[in-house]
Every structure is written in structure tokens, then in C-alpha cells.
Design a protein around this ligand. Sequence first.
Ligand code: MOS
Length: 755
Amino acid sequence: MKNIDSKNHLRGESIYLDDIPILAGTLFGVAFDSPVAHGEIKKLDLTAAIQSEGVVRIFTAKDIPGENQIGGIIPDEPLIADHEVHFCGMPVAFVVAESDELARMAIRKIKVEISPLPVITDPREAQKKGHLIVQPRTFKIGEPENAFKDCVHVFEGKADSNGQEHLYIETQGAYTLPMENGAIKIYSSTQGPTAVQRACSKVLGLPMHMLEVDVTRLGGGFGGKEDQANTWAALCALATYHLKRPVKYSLHRMEDMRMTGKRHPYSSDYKIGLDKDLKILAYEATFYQNAGAAADLSPAVMERTLFHCTNSYFIPNVKATAYSCRTNLPPNTAFRGFGGPQGMFVIESAIAHAADELGINASEIQKRNLIRNGDEFPYGQIAVSEANECWEKAEKIFDLQKMRNEVAQFNSKNQLYKKGIALMPVAFGISFTKTLMNQARALVHVYTDGSVNVSTGAVEMGQGVNTKILQVAAQIFSIDPSMIRVNSTNTFRIANTSPSAASATADLNGRATQIACEAILNRLKEVAAMELNTTVDSISVNNQCVFVKGEKSSLDWRQLIMAAYLRRVSLSEHGHYATPEISFDAKKEKGHPFAYHVYGSAIITVTIDCLRGTYEFDSVNVVHDFGASMNVIIDRGQVEGGIVQGIGWMTMEEVIYDKDGRLRSNALSTYKVPDVYSVPKEINIDFLQTNVDNLAIFRSKAVGEPPLMYGIGAFFALREAMKAFNPNAKSTFESPMTPERVLMTLHSDELIINN
Ligand code: MOS
């Protein structure tokens, strides 16, 4: 089935935040944000700005009726700076005016005096000074200290990965409306409607039932709107609270880039030990996460780094420690993969390092150590593994040997162009690592004409979740998809939603929809049995018709619905789903946190221009474990998009803050993302369809995040190509591997590994 949004998207008829019709009397807000990364506010002069044309009011921390606090996991993040600023981009005041332009003009007239305090941008420096967001955590299995003694080969080094700008096409924003009796309706571009509701409740000191958050869809989220949509919603709600007027704030791109956090940069140390047969016996890693100035989701992101620190390998002796380090950058946040990619980059670096030193191809080590059924992850969960199936199938169907031969031949014939090839296996755990978040609800109404309306906690952000939910309802009821509509996500219809995140949205909300639809269907079958004078067991509904013992009856779907209504049988149901079988004991750091894992293997080839340092990806060939895909078109789109986004992170996307904590890559002229010219020339995706019983919706495995990590292979393919040009020019494990870095590496004969 095609994505139900595709036609509207193509025609420009889809409703995003900025497409909501503006009510008469609407005011427009703009945040005035700190130009300094750390300091004490000495004076805030608003006189000229207040007198500026069209300005209605300027809000500061003093105007907050509730708590000046939007921190989700840890209450360490003021909505508006009070005495101190902690990062460039931190809101200091909120100007509300008759138009967006007038508000922006007034912003320039605000004068602030900030006496600077020391600025820290480096996570290792923050850790040394004891600036941690939470206590460090350590995952351990086996006896790594002893195991290193049994290793024939031991290598140590450092691997650093940089941040990544989410660059959702739709920037952040909110539109708030005053309702009766002090209630506020909040349109928000958020992955977490309940997170917005909770934050606004705290800031305004209003109970949650006064705050209706409504989300039709987002123009992309990628994690950036899991927690960071709260700020704009709370600012607008604050203004609506005081002014009793609708208030809208839709961020400009440069404001969005400057004021929001990104993927966490990590600096990490590794130590890897192998036996003579290339089995990895022991692994140690220390991760320094650059959390930025507030916790945001950093502790949870850090946890997932630990969960994925051994990627899809079985290593019997592991010790991994992670520090969440407080710096003076905007609070870094969720980004597709949620810390997993950062953990995987380090183990892949360690393996590449070992392969270099041993003079072998990294894939020999990778393949030898893939996790098998029954092996234990460092956190105690036993693997139900497709890792070997994916790898072996990829080798076979894409003819790895032939690809290698072609690369070798090309490299022997060409001096200034070199090709490289790398494999990237992935294992990604599906479920929120915080067990309690793995719950969802769906509200299903069947109307008397037989049409169906479904509401869930899922937020459509381009990933196609609404299409999948519609498919679930259509399949359970066995009615035509055109009879079903999926509603906006609304906190008055569905309460206490978990954010649309962790790749689990279709699983959780799809299951809740299934439960609600099945409950209605069971009641309908009872009605049908009464209508047709038979037993409930003999009734089935198929293709909008009622069947008795497989024989088509005179009753169709519409008649059945009307019969139920006339008998006063409920045609509505609220379904609740909580993932079974999962648990985690954070004291022991052991448990069974994931409903299941998604596996896959990618083969990536690249050609570099050794004079210029530029490169093109020739192909990405993937065998990906979809379980039993319920929507091949959507799932293929997710894999393709994830791969390109992952390659962007590893290669061309470079977030640069200067030592004063100012974002230098603050526009699309200085921050490069993959465009149509830089995507791989070919992406081939093979669907490994497995029928293993899992906890996915209809056994169709989660697909949002795992494919991003295939992009890590791009970094290692580039390394291989560089080695083909200059065997002595070993690169450091620092991403992104931009063309500039490739060029400098190619022509430096220094062995600078491990520095
Ligand atoms: Mo996603 S990175 O779990 O919002």
C-alpha cells in the first residue's frame, strides 16, 4: 500500500504547523537568545524593544507563573535564562508583536550585558573538572581485565565522532490558542505531544487537563523534536496565558540551527584484544558524551551507547563506561540511533585498527565475531540472531568476491582515483530502554455508516506510521482502507503518550490499534451471530461481508454496524498495549530490555579523487532483516533515507562550534548535507524476510533507526580507498571524513593512528 500522505505531499496540500489557518488576533513571538555561551546576566535592557513598532509585550523569566523548568529527565533546564546563561542560543526573553517581522525587528533593540564565565566545549575537559550530568555507568560481562592477558593481539586507541544537525525540513515551532476557562490548545511540531503538555503544565502551573496538544504531522523529526519542541510551545503558551490571544512562533532556519541541540559528539577510548584465530576475547571502551548545557535526553542516549557498544558482535569479556559531560553547547539530544551509532563507530574503529596492524581486511575480524543465537549481549539479553544470515546472504547475492576483484583491478589501473570497500553489520535493539515507556493507546470509533476513525499516540513525521496504523485497522476489520481515517495525535483523545521515537512507534501504537479493533470486532461477531441465528464461533468478517462457517451471508459491514448500533452495542474502543517480556535492572545493568533486535549487513563502495579529496559512493548493498514487512514501499524508503543520513553524518556533515561555544556551521551554506548529487549511485536493498515470532506489529520489524548505522561503513570504505592510494597515510578515527580531511590524510605520510 502506498503512503496515504503521498498525494497530499505531492500537491502541497498536507497540513504542517505553518499551514494551520491563522485566527484573527494572532500575535507572533520570537525568542531573544544569548549571544554568550556562559555568563552572568548583569543587565537586560528592554526599553527600546518595548517601544518598537507593533510590540505587545516582552516576556522574561519573571513572567513565568509556574516553574521556570523544562528539563524532562533531570530538572536542570530553565525555559528562559534567569541570572545565568549556559549556552549560545539560550532564550533570554520572548518578544510578542503584531507580526513576525515586527517581533524580529524588536529583538535587535534588546541590549544585554553578560559578564562571561569560563566556556567548556570539550567533553573530556568537562569530565576532568567533574561536570557530569549523571553518574557514569558501566556495562560489564566476563572478566575483561584477565581476558586481555590471554589475548595474542591487543590494540588501544581513540575514536571521535562529531554531532549532526537534524535538519528536519520543517523547523521547530508552535501555535497556541486561548480556550474557555483558561485552557490552552497547543499546536506543536513535536514527536512528544505529552512531553509538550507536561512542560507547559509545569511552566504555567496548570493541570495537564487544561492543555490540549494537537499534532497533525511533522516535516521531519529525526529525534530533534522528541524533547526540544517543548521550548517553543512553552514560550507561546506563556504568552497566550497572559495575553489571552493566539500566539505563533515558527523558527527561522538559522535560529533553529543556533538554538537547538544536535546529535551528541563523542570522544572515546578503546582497547581490543584478539586471540590467534581473530576471535575478539576482550573489549574495553570509555565514552565521553558531549551533553551540552542541560541533561535533555542525554542520560538515555548514553545508555543506548552502552547497549550498542559491541554492535552485532559477540564478545565474552567487555567493560564499557560512559560519562555524560556537561559543556556550554546547546543541550544535545535524540538523533536517529539515539547514541547507538556513536557506540558502534568505536567498536568498528577498534576492529579497523586491529586489521591495519595485522595486515588483514577488517571484514575477516567482523565476520568471525558476529553474534549467534544464544550468545549473550553485555547487558544480559540472549540473542535471537540474524547477523550471520544477513552477512552471508549479502556476500553471496551481491557477489562480494567479484566486487573486491573489481576494486583491486580499478586500483591497479588508476593512479589518481582509488576505490575502497567496507562491510558494516548492524544489530539494533527495539524498545525504549526505559521499560515503562513501552506502552501505547489507541482510540477506535466506528460510525453508523461503517466508516472508521483511529487515534493513537503515534506522530506522523514522514516515516509512514499512519499508513501502517491504517493497515492494521483495515486488516483486523477486513474492510477497505478508504473506509478508515487516521486522526491527528491529540492529548485530549490519547493521554500519556510516549514520544514517537526508538523506532517503536508502529509496533506500540499498531498493537494498541490491533487490540482496540479486535475488541470491537468481537462484539460485532456477537451481534452477527444474533442477527443470523448462529454461534459466534462460526462468524467471520471478510472483505466487508459477514461469513457463517465460511459461507457468505446476507449481512455486509454497513448492515452489521447498524445492527450493532440498534442493539446499543458499543462501536468504540480504547486499546492499551504494554510490551510484554521486557525488563532491565539498572542496578545490575542486566536484563532483557529489548522486545527484539533488528539485524543487517551493508557493503559500501566508494571512489575518491586523490587530487581533490572528493569522493562518490558507488553503491550501498544491503541485506536487511525486516521480519515480515507489512509495507515494503515505506520500509524501503526508511532504509534508503537512513543510509543517506548515516553517510552524511560520517562524511560531509560537520558541526563546528568555536572555542567560545558559538556555532560556526550555522546555515546551509556552511553545513553540508547529502543532496541528490552526493547520494550513492546505487542503493540495493534485499529484504531478509523471516518468520520468527517476535513482538513487532504483524511480525513487521521496526525500521526507523537501524539503517542509519549502515552509513558508518562509508567512513571505513573511505579509509580503504585512502590506503590504496597511500598505504602509509593511516587516518585517525575522527569523523566526519570530509573531503578536506580525506585530502589531508591522503598526502600526509605520517602514521598518526592513536594520537
Ligand atoms: Mo528517536 S532518536 O528515538 O527520537
